[in-house]
Ligand binder design. Structure first.
Ligand SMILES: [Zn+2]
Length: 187
């Protein structure tokens, strides 16, 4: 009997997933089984099944091991719920054809480095749009922070006796624009 905790301990030793900067996407290549169960990690000679076929998490005490011989293929997955295409496990190295999504595995059931790289390229295409937008997220954050700081220093300037004309001059706008922009928020 294989103990799930032993598998987990072995899995935790290596991090096989990759994460986007915003933390919303975490990709990995899952080992797939005939009943549409899958596993993101293996150790101590077995894969650990932690989810139901619909993707929801199983309670920890219902996790169970699966032997590598039962792996029928692989699929790139993302923690956001995205699933990539299926890669079929073939019986011999000669049958491997990465371009046709057929991969050979050793007795351990893990994909070859070449298959792993190719499958993760699918995940990279999946995250490309959010990666492209990531600089906007960062710049917007800086922009709103700067707006907050600007409001704070205007409030302080008013408290220290600056007129709306003084503040308008300092901010590069007219007295009226400065007043319209800040009078309601800083008093
Ligand atoms: Zn994702």
């Amino acid at each position: 009997m294989i103990d799930c905790q032993d598998i987990l301990t072995a899995i935790e030793g290596e991090d096989m997933s990759r994460q986007t900067d915003d933390g919303k996407h975490e990709g990995y290549v899952a080992a797939w089984f005939a009943d549409d169960r899958w596993s993101g990690g293996w150790g101590n000679g077995a894969f650990l099944i932690t989810r139901r076929a619909d993707g929801s998490m199983l309670p920890v005490d219902e996790w169970f091991p699966r032997p590598p011989a039962e792996v029928i293929g692989w699929r790139p997955m993302c923690e956001c719920g995205w699933r990539g295409s299926f890669w079929t496990r073939v019986g011999s190295p000669a049958e491997e054809d990465i371009s046709r999504q057929r991969g050979y595995s050793s007795e351990f059931g893990d994909p070859s480095q070449e298959l792993d790289d190719a499958a993760m390229r699918e995940w990279e295409r999946h995250i490309a749009p959010s990666q492209a937008a990531w600089p906007v997220v960062q710049a917007a954050r800086e922009f709103y922070d700067a707006q907050d700081r600007l409001t704070d220093v205007v409030r302080q300037a008013r408290a220290d006796g600056a007129s709306w004309t003084d503040i308008g001059d300092a901010a590069g706008m007219t007295r009226q624009s400065a007043h319209e922009r800040w009078s309601k928020v800083v008093g």
